[in-house]
Structure formats: C-alpha cells, structure tokens
Design a protein around this ligand. Structure first.
Ligand code: ZN
Length: 251
C-alpha cells in the first residue's frame, strides 16, 4: 500500500492545489490526513470541498483547529490571531462542510498493525511532539512501529532503535526539496510530513509525504506554490495580516 500523507492544510487552497498537481503523476492508494484542514487560511470551503471529494474517503483524524473552527470547542485558549481566524472560519463554512469537519474522527487511530496516526501526540491532539521526551510518551502510548503525526508544522522524524532503548532515540529534521528515508526493520518511527498550508521550518514551500508500506520507504517533498495569492486571500478576508505574512517566510 502507498499512502499520500497530508497534514495542516489550514485553509490554504493555493498550497493544497500545488501539492495535488505535484502528486498527479505519483502512485498512491489511499490518502492519510493528519488534521487541521482549516483555521488561519482564507479558503476553508475549497479545502473542505477537496476533503469531501476524496474517493475512497481519507484515513483522517481531526486537528485542534478543526475542533475549534467546527464550533465543537471554545477558541478561548487560542492566541489572538488563531482565535480571530477560527471565529471567521466558523462563520464562513457552508453547512455540509461544517458537518464533515465536525465528523472527523478524534485521534489517535490505529490504521493497521503497523501504522497509527494522530494530530498532536498519541496522547493528546493538542500536545506537540518536539523533543525526544515528547516522542517517548507517544511511542509508549501506541504499539505500531510507524506513527504519523502533525501539529508542529515541521517535517521531522523520531527513530527508536531495535529493543526500544529510549536513550538511543534519534531525531531528524527532514528538510530539502526531496528526501527519501528507508525505515529499518525492528525500529519504530514517529514521522511528521510537515504542513501543506502553513510550514514553520523557515521553508515556505508546501510539504507532504508518500509512504510505501511494502518497501518501508518514506518520500518527503517540498513544493512551490503561489504564496502571494494565499496571503492576499487572508488579507481580503480581513484576517490578521500576520497570518498572511508568515507564509512568505515559512514561520
Ligand atoms: Zn496546525
């Protein structure tokens, strides 16, 4: 099975569109979506339209922004900019898109005996996996050797060697236009494919991954997109300018 893995689109249709054009000639069987379809970006309905159109339906978990933008939770714990965007997004979403957003499954999800997915961490959809300690907690919460996560918007990989010795836990940032990683048998991995619509690793290009389960091979890609147009949509919507400006720098 080959999976197309997308995370953190955040209502950025221009970035998603560029990624979909980039994958057009690549083979994959199923889409994995790690949450945060909306929030921050100016095109929530277009992104939800894509999610709805997928056939077969994606293997998805909701993100924290999906929960709040869907009106399932209060935006009071968001920072000012995220809160403003969440309230705006909730007001914009067409009823059938809102219904789909609210129905996204809460993670973590164990997809197979080899693969699990979550938005933040395996314990909490709002928690970040940045450190080896964070990774250790998530490895302990799920049995699968390969766990995909999102939320940090940083393409990265945590690797636990054979025997599960957490003192030998490796951390890698997966930067670059194209990165291939061969997963070792007996090792365990936590993998973040990066963010499609709001990268935060100082590379503004959209980020996504393809995982070949049979070959145990992970491919990460960065794709140029029309950042200025995505920024313009945010400004036209009357959302905070900083949400558009950060896209220019990938921060
Ligand atoms: Zn996010």
């Amino acid at each position: 099975m080959r999976y197309l893995i997308l995370s953190d689109v955040h209502g950025n249709w221009e970035a998603l569109h560029a990624v979909l054009a980039h994958v057009r000639r690549k083979r994959f069987d199923r889409v994995i979506f790690l949450g945060d379809a909306v929030g921050y970006g100016g095109s929530p309905n277009q992104v939800m339209g894509w999610l709805r159109s997928l056939e077969p339906e994606p293997l998805a978990v909701r993100g924290n922004h999906d929960r709040v933008c869907g009106g399932l939770d209060s935006p009071e714990y968001f920072n000012r900019f995220a809160r403003e965007a969440a309230i705006w997004t909730l007001g914009q979403l067409e009823p059938h898109h809102l219904e789909l957003l609210r129905a996204l499954p809460v993670g973590p999800r164990e997809l197979t005996d080899r693969i699990a997915i979550c938005h933040g961490s395996a314990i909490d959809e709002d928690a970040y996996i940045f450190s080896a300690f964070d990774a250790t907690l998530s490895f302990g919460a799920l049995p699968q050797p390969v766990i995909f996560f999102g939320h940090t918007h940083v393409p990265s990989l945590f690797e636990l060697g054979a025997g599960g010795d957490s003192s030998a836990l490796g951390v890698r940032l997966l930067s670059g236009r194209r990165v291939t990683v061969k997963l070792e048998p007996g090792h365990r991995y936590l993998i973040n494919p990066g963010s499609v619509g709001q990268p935060r690793d100082r590379d503004p290009r959209a980020s996504y991954a393809i995982f070949d389960d049979e070959l145990s091979r992970l491919h990460l890609y960065r794709v140029d997109y029309r950042v200025s147009l995505a920024r313009q949509r945010i400004l036209q919507a009357g959302l905070p300018a900083v949400l558009g400006d950060r896209l220019l720098y990938g921060v």
